[in-house]
Design a protein around this ligand. Structure first.
Ligand SMILES: Cc1cc2nc3c(=O)[nH]c(=O)nc-3n(C[C@H](O)[C@H](O)[C@H](O)COP(=O)(O)O)c2cc1C
Ligand code: SF4
Ligand code: FES
Length: 615
């Protein structure tokens, strides 16, 4: 039986979209071509097929961008082109929130209703859109526009935020913030001004090291980047060689800024020492932790710095291929970084012979598709490989068995931003910034009830109060009720914590976390119960579902909070709270990855504080 002729065929538009990514098919079979080693069954399971599968997300994106949703015939066509079993392709397409496998209006507003946008009136926006267009996810009267809720879009400094996707031959994605219902409706009609270029509150401050170029240089210009000190660090890295680069990074005592605070020098040395080849390098720009937007600001404002830093990391670790995995909700940052990669390649700063050194390294930009879990490093590998973003068991660790089973170094965007600085000033001098246990400058994302939300750079050691003061304090002189540190996976602290230094060691000692640098301030007007329920919903929606404690626990946690909030108790309040704590404990102890292990921490931390939450 020839499976290729069953069912309706993909439309010309769907096929054209896929072919634009995978290359034109050869002629000769119904529904699309067989390509030796690509479309043919003979090669299934071979290396060509495995590497081809990693084109699955780009192919799905192509159809989604062109048509607005991914039909079964389109999915079948992609499956055949990539020799991926249709059931697996379906499993992947349905995993990611930005892909639709049922008809979706071609013009869609994804409206953030997450914690910072709630504070800024997102619920009013959603209610107004429901009145104007109709229920969430359904096409309005014109048949071509719709709206749906979204988790944090990484624009919390400009809340409330939305993302508008417009399907078509030149499928477009654009973010808008701050934006109200009228602004969303205007964008759905094709109007509305584009989001202005990124500015930072500290712009022009001569003490800035990491953010010194953001808002100052033209992010599309390699010449401007070079005129502001760019690419001197790479030249030095090539001159001193990989081992010495690792020695400098180790001397700097740089710890990863992606949340796990792992020493970068040690990670790089472990990958460099691996005999297996090739070595891969991944820049983790998935940044989906609610309240986090620093990586977006860096990538939009200083994209060459990350391209240069990745190239230095490649020199150090012997990686020949790099992937920059960026969340699908960051269209402007993605465009900036794609432009920077192309310009660097044209100037031989990427490619087969970087700066005449004989070193070969190139970067491929990969777009995520709406899945917070893909920020977890092994889920991210799975996603690049064309699979559902389900974390792997560790060990083996990525430094030994990572992307495509090869030694892989993964670093966060902010971690990488420190690398040129370390090479410019020397590892030891860098280690003199900050404290003994937390060296260097650090970025924090201030949002919520502060006068000047944004990304702030300070030296490690600044206190929570210093940061809130930098951001102008709480508007209208209202009192602080609670501060969320580290994002939805972090903890709430009270106003009594403002003297706490924001270092790895001080926050650890206080039972808190820096996480991805989130400082979200809530004044006395906040609906904290609603905020906790939104956090619980977030984890329920984002659990990959692979392990029982997290899959079931995150659902039960959300149900319990909803019950407690509604007062409809099937048990006494104390029994419900005990059950909530037990669910949290089970998720912490028995979940495979950090998502399940931290899914209850913010909620429990808020409930621990006497009188903070009225449940
Ligand atoms: C659920 C979950 C989400 C994560 N999301 C991100 C992310 O968006 N960006 C990031 O850099 N690290 C994220 N991490 C941490 C990564 O797994 C990894 O530790 C990090 O990318 C390593 O880079 P670093 O050493 O430079 O910090 C996440 C971890 C978990 C468990
Ligand atoms: S803890 Fe949650 S997100 Fe992590 S693997 Fe298990 S189910 Fe997936
Ligand atoms: S953009 Fe809405 S909460 Fe972050």
């Amino acid at each position: 039986m020839d499976l290729h002729v069953i069912g309706p065929l993909a439309s010309p538009a769907e096929r054209a979209a896929v072919d634009a990514v995978l290359g034109p098919p050869e002629s000769g079979w119904v529904g699309g071509p067989r390509r030796p080693g690509v479309d043919g069954h003979a090669a299934r399971g071979g290396h060509a097929i495995r590497s081809r599968r990693s084109q699955l997300l780009p192919a799905l994106h192509a159809v989604q961008d062109r048509v607005g949703w991914i039909s079964q015939p389109a999915l079948n066509y992609i499956s055949r082109r990539l020799a991926v079993p249709p059931a697996e392709a379906y499993g992947v397409a349905t995993f990611y929130a930005l892909f639709a496998t049922k008809p979706r209006p071609p013009v869609m507003a994804h409206v953030c209703d997450d914690i910072a946008c709630r504070v800024a009136g997102a619920e009013d926006t959603c209610a107004a859109l429901e009145r104007a267009i109709g229920p969430e996810g359904v096409a309005g009267a014109n048949g071509s526009t719709g709206w749906m809720r979204s988790p944090c879009l990484g624009l919390c400094d400009r809340a409330p935020a939305a993302l508008v996707t417009t399907a078509g031959e030149d499928g477009r994605v654009a973010s808008a913030a701050p934006v109200d219902a009228a602004g969303v409706l205007a964008r759905l009609d094709g109007g509305g001004a584009p989001r202005p270029p990124q500015r930072i509150p500290q712009q022009g401050d001569p003490s800035l090291r990491l953010l010194r170029r953001v808002g100052v240089i033209d992010p599309t210009s390699l010449d401007d980047y070079r005129a502001h000190g760019g690419y001197t660090a790479l030249a030095r890295a090539i001159q001193i060689g990989g081992e010495s680069v690792i020695a400098e990074v180790t001397a700097s005592k740089l710890m990863g800024r992606g949340g796990a605070a792992f020493p970068t020098g040690r990670k790089w040395a472990a990958v460099a020492a691996q005999p297996a080849q090739p070595h891969y390098l991944v820049c983790n720009a998935d940044e989906s932790e609610p309240g986090t937007f620093k990586d977006r600001v860096i990538l939009e404002g200083d994209p060459f710095a990350i391209v240069e830093a990745m190239t230095i990391a490649a020199v150090a670790t012997g990686a020949s291929v790099g992937f920059l995995y960026i969340r699908g909700e960051y269209p402007e940052a993605e465009a900036a970084v794609r432009g920077a990669v192309a310009s660097a390649r044209a100037a031989s700063l990427l490619g087969p012979d970087i700066l005449g050194s004989g070193i070969a390294f190139d970067i491929e930009v990969r777009r995520g598709a709406g899945a917070y879990i893909c920020g977890e490093e092994t889920a991210l590998f799975e996603s690049i490989e064309g699979k559902r973003g389900e974390p792997r068991n560790k060990p083996p660790f990525p430094v030994e068995v990572g992307l495509f089973g090869k030694p892989t170094v993964v670093n966060n965007v902010e971690t990488l931003l420190n690398i040129p600085l370390i090479l410019e000033m020397g590892g030891e001098a860098y280690a003199g910034i900050g404290t003994d246990g937390s060296t260097g400058p650090r970025l924090f994302c201030l949002s919520g009830h502060v006068a000047r939300p944004g990304v702030y750079e300070v030296e490690f050691g600044a206190t929570l109060g210093d940061l809130i003061e930098l951001a102008g304090g709480v508007p209208s002189g209202r009192a602080i009720r609670a501060i969320l540190l580290g994002g939805a996976a972090g903890v709430f602290v009270g106003p009594d914590a403002i003297a706490m230094p924001l270092t790895f060691e001080a926050t650890r000692a206080a039972g808190a976390t820096l996480g991805s640098g989130v400082i979200m301030v809530f004044d006395e007007t906040v609906d904290l119960v609603g905020t906790l329920r939104r956090i619980a919903q977030f984890f329920r929606d984002e659990s990959c579902g692979q392990c029982v404690p997290c899959r079931v626990g995150s659902v039960r946690q959300e149900e319990l909070l909803t019950r407690l909030a509604a007062g409809s108790r099937v048990r006494s309040r104390d029994e419900e709270l005990t059950l909530l704590r037990e669910i949290g404990q089970a998720m912490r102890d028995a979940s495979i990855c950090g998502l399940g292990q931290t899914a209850s921490s913010a909620i429990e931390s808020a409930l621990r504080q006497p009188g903070l939450v009225a449940l």
